[in-house]
Design a protein around this ligand. Structure first.
Ligand code: 4AD
Ligand code: MG
Length: 429
């Protein structure tokens, strides 16, 4: 019976056939232990010379790392194995004997591994991270579908900017100028006016010259947008969504989290509601902690980490000064100088994972903001239209997938959370 490593538990004491690659091997004169992987998982295959014969055993001993094989054997339950099973090999068919594989089980430097990202993805650690990424995406679709949201796909080639003009990727669109999307938000606002509750999931691009553990040039964002929804209601949805994703990963990625040696106790306690602190109070707190920061300045990574460390949950920082936030945020009803927004800061130093706000729904105020931010009214005419025809209070947010994967996986740097990271100075492979 042909099967996969993930399904192998259904065939205890039966013979199965697997397509697999050789991740690693150890052998003596009479027995060889093969670490096999097939993309669904890892399992040890045991080859005994007396069982397979002299010639086959020699072929197995000569196998190189990453050679591809069809392996036939009997499945044995084994409590000591991470997968819970082992394979007693009866026969091996060599599909392709691999050339000398550059990534050996010894330690390699980051740049070397990044140059070999197309191969590095095969490692146990990267395999676990990619599966956790997939689970977050799966749980996201499940959550928003259950909440009655419609998935809408905003364009990637756009004629205007959504998040400020300093880090736009410029390209030509025949004779016109175009930019790669920094955020689908403005289009999602239009979609919310058509469909009520919508979410997008897609790549976004920022030509940021930042070389930090939290920044990618190309990253993926989940952007929900809701009509007839105020800032407070949006915060509740955000905390429920993040809790749902964490609980789904804990339930469905046990082996992967174990392979990454993630301290899951840190994740188990993540449950809505999340603590909230206003920007004003955050500044006061930081000043008391000895940071040199004054009201009106944006937070850097050390500030966010200090605020997060005083809680063991993600924290919402609310109501930032209007001058350090995007043009579309609605002012606080009682204060001109701050806006109805929040950033969600993950624990353990993973930084901001969500940015969200209630949007300006008044046409005149939005026009005023275009002027203040020197944005051309022509390019945003369609966006202004949304405030002319049945304008309603509406809110939304964007969750950065890679920072969320890094947090859940317990991975230091976002470069390992996306299959082919685009970083400052890296477009290969
Ligand atoms: O806070 P940001 O810039 O918010 C927006 O783009 C809004 N338009 C979203 C919305 O309301 N629909 O970005 C949202 C999130 C951040 O909190 C962060 O998690 C992630 O996107 N992010 C990045 N992730 C990796 N690399 C970068 N360079 C990122 N920039 C933002
Ligand atoms: Mg932000």
């Amino acid at each position: 019976m042909k099967t996969t490593i993930k399904q192998i538990g259904k065939f205890v004491d039966k013979e199965v056939k697997l397509g697999a690659w050789l991740a690693n091997k150890r052998s003596s004169g009479k027995i060889a232990f093969l670490q096999l992987r097939d993309g669904t998982g890892f399992i040890q295959g045991v080859v005994v010379k007396a069982e397979v014969g002299e010639e086959k055993f020699q072929q197995v001993k000569d196998l190189t790392q990453e050679s591809s094989l069809y392996v036939t054997g009997v499945v044995k339950a084994d409590d000591r194995a991470p997968s819970g099973f082992e394979l007693t090999v009866n026969d091996i068919e060599i599909i392709h004997q691999a050339e000398d594989y550059p990534i050996t089980p010894k330690e390699h430097g980051t740049e070397f591994l990044m140059d070999h990202r197309h191969l590095w993805l095969r490692s146990k650690k990267q395999h676990a991270i990619m599966r956790i990424r997939n689970e977050i995406i799966r749980a996201t679709y499940e959550f928003f579908n259950e909440e009655g949201f419609v998935k809408v796909d905003p364009p990637i080639l756009t004629g205007s900017s959504a998040e400020g003009t300093t880090n736009l990727f410029h390209t030509k669109y025949f004779d016109e100028d175009a930019y790669l999307s920094q955020s689908g938000q403005l289009y999602m606002e239009a979609a919310a006016m058509a469909l009520g509750k919508v979410f997008s999931f897609g790549p976004t691009f920022r030509a940021e010259k930042s070389k930090t553990r939290r920044h990618l040039i190309e990253f993926w964002m989940i952007e929900p947008e809701m009509a007839f929804t105020d800032h407070e209601e949006s915060l509740e949805l955000q905390e429920n969504y993040v809790s749902y994703v964490i609980q789904s990963a804990l339930k469905n990625c046990k082996q992967e989290l174990q392979a990454l040696e993630r301290d899951t106790a840190q994740l188990e306690k993540i449950k809505a509601p999340f603590p909230r602190i206003s920007y004003d109070d955050a500044i006061t707190f930081l000043q008391k902690e000895g940071y040199e920061i004054t009201w009106g300045e944006d937070f850097g990574a050390p500030h966010e980490t200090a605020i997060a460390e005083s809680h063991d949950m993600p924290v919402f920082i609310t109501n930032y000064p209007k001058d350090i936030k995007a043009f579309y945020m609605k002012p606080h009803p009682e204060r001109e100088d701050v806006v109805l927004c929040a950033d969600l800061i993950a624990p353990e130093g993973y930084g901001e994972i969500i940015g969200g706000s209630q949007r300006i729904d008044d046409e005149e105020l939005l026009k005023q903001r275009f002027d203040e931010h020197s944005l051309s009214a022509d390019a945003y005419q369609w966006y202004l239209d949304l405030r002319k025809y049945g304008s309603v209070p509406h809110s939304g947010f964007g969750l950065g997938l890679e920072r969320t994967v890094a947090w859940i996986s317990g991975i230091e740097h976002v470069r390992e959370t996306i299959p082919f990271p685009r970083l400052l100075n890296r477009l290969y492979p």
